[in-house]
Design a protein around this ligand. Sequence first.
Ligand code: HEC
Ligand code: HEC
Length: 217
Amino acid sequence: MGCGQKESQEIKIAKGKAQFVGYGCTTCHRIGKEGGALGPDLTTIGFRKSPEWLDLWLKNPPEWKKNTLMPNFYLKDQARKDLVDYLSSLKGNLFRKGEAPWNTRELLQDPVKRGETIFLRVGCVGCHGHSGKGGYPNNNVVGNQIPSLKLVADGFSKEELKNKIFKGSKPVPANSSKEAPYIYMPSWGEYLKEDEIDALVEYLYSLRPPVSAEESW
Ligand code: HEC
Ligand code: HEC
């Protein structure tokens, strides 16, 4: 019984992978070394997003995020389920098995650039936007958005920032009688190594806009 179940799970994942290629998702999304970069890298998508949200997103991307580049594919229920199974299985193993793209000799000498590469490739960008500029929706949170990270250097010491990334955090619902927010900050300590989180901290600190002479008083 257990064996049959495992096999059917593997078949579902294989079907989802075939859908992913068949629908041309690879044009915009990278998994491991393959695919385009118009949309977020999906190598860790199953670690950072729940199956419930993935299903909601694939049903109608522009309904969740206005003006998104990702089209509505009007997927049939079965195709969508297979895709969700496949995406949920992607927990970042590909980066751990092969060379993680942020461990090149050049990047190891440049913590800010290395942090930026990690930010892009593990998918911080999928929730916080490019350069942490924000603008990504969440449900049932004050302001209806995932926070921007532009100014975290003002609110957090490096140690606090490291701790936040390590532990993650579940947003407090704006209204406790409504459905909990779908999007939460994952506990990155379960996936990232300490030196990788250090590089992310250096990158986030580099995002703070310079204070102009006029604004400084
Ligand atoms: C034309 C480019 C494009 C295509 C094709 C495309 N996507 Fe996307 N996708 C995006 C963009 C861009 C985003 C990020 C949302 C945004 O910023 O608008 C995204 C976001 C996502 C996310 C959420 C990523 C995250 O980090 O939260 C998933 C999952 C996803 N796409 C899956 C798919 C699947 C499955 C297909 C094929 C059926 C597909 N995409 C096809 C552009 C595309
Ligand atoms: C799946 C979506 C998601 C991903 C991916 C994600 N975050 Fe977050 N992040 C959140 C949410 C939601 C919050 C707000 C949590 C709360 O309200 O408690 C948050 C909060 C934060 C904060 C605190 C900001 C503040 O002003 O309180 C930092 C720093 C942060 N994230 C950094 C990162 C980094 C670095 C990565 C990549 C390693 C990352 N996040 C990936 C969703 C995400």
